[in-house]
Design a protein around this ligand. Structure first.
Ligand code: SF4
Length: 63
């Protein structure tokens, strides 16, 4: 599974970084970075939680 972020709608509130810190990182300038694009089974639930928490629906999952 792949994950991506639509940075055009992301508001950099960092909720996804709290849910899945191995995948999302908010830097000191409040810029969100995608640390990896491949979702392995061990982090899938965290990433799905990040998707649920994102108020902008900016996180996209693809098989
Ligand atoms: S939760 Fe959504 S809006 Fe917030 S930083 Fe993550 S991708 Fe952006």
């Amino acid at each position: 599974m792949k994950v991506d972020v639509n940075f055009q709608v992301c508001e950099s509130n960092g909720l996804c970084a709290g849910a899945a810190p191995q995948v999302f990182d908010l830097d000191d300038d409040d810029t969100l970075h995608l640390l990896r694009s491949t979702v392995t089974p061990d982090i899938e639930e965290q990433v799905r939680d990040a998707v649920r928490q994102c108020p902008r629906r900016a996180i996209v999952l693809a098989e």
